[in-house]
Design a binder for this molecule. Sequence first.
Ligand code: UDP
Ligand code: MG
Length: 313
Amino acid sequence: MDISVVIPLLNEDESLPELTAWIERVMQEHQYSYEVIYVDDGSTDNSWSVIEELRAKNHHIKGIKFQRNYGKSAGLNEGFRAAQGDVIITMDADLQDSPDEIPELRRMIIEDKFDLVSGWKKKRYDNKFTKNLPSKLFNAAARQMSGIILHDFNCGLKSYSRKVVKSIEVYGEMHRYVPVLAKWAGFRKIGEKVVEHRPRKYGVSKFGWDRFINGFLDLLTIFFMGKFGKRPMHFFGFWGTMSFLLGTGVSLYLFISKLINYEYPLTNKPGFYFAIAAMLIGVQLFLAGFLGELISRNSAGRNSYLIETKAGL
Ligand code: UDP
Ligand code: MG
């Protein structure tokens, strides 16, 4: 099979018929053998019945329905597992990505031998302050932390060689950083193609403000995992020991000075030292919490999704 198109979706019933027809048109024009794998990530609208109707008319259309909403990463992951094509293309279901890009995205994998090609929405029609600016900052940080020079990590439109998707596991919120997962798995030829950004035609965006918090934690995760070879605990162990030794030293110093001088050194206000102690406890709490995040993002959170039903797979 030439191409598998993997499309994770949540409540996109209005877009699906138009998107499917467009993909079919491109596939027929180029005479590709193909499949479209819709992964219904717990939709509460009619998305699943629309997918079944589309499949009744064209057996290249396939579907996986999750038990509930698990997030875009889980959707991509399950689509990757099911995909049979030599080239796997991912796109969003909301018609913001153009299926007309498929032939070139495929060609770059087959002929130029890229492992992965990521879409770059160079010209965007989103709000400058709530979307464009934060996404610029995220991309700059992601470049810095991953060492991969891409302008638009989060673009839903990407193409992969079969080997890449079968070698990686997309988990947690890592759908934003699939190229990083590919790089960690040893795939180095990562390319970029400018693609058209189209405004959302139906429905609403599924990502709110919490995307910034999640995106930020993922960036930290990338940084730590990249730097400490998936063993971030070493970082915490080292700095935890250092701060413990420092804290013990300062406490001893304070205690002994108090015994000798009957007053605190430097300032005579004990509150000053308590404030510093409280701050250090805050730092410890943050580090402990972040360590929990890292662990759950690395192992516990993986693949804990249930499939309700499948169509054609
Ligand atoms: N999506 C999903 N699960 C979710 C949230 C979103 O499968 O929990 C899908 C969504 O239906 C769409 C794609 O992920 O196909 C991108 O989402 P959206 O268009 O809402 O994001 P935006 O374009 O606003 O960044
Ligand atoms: Mg969208």
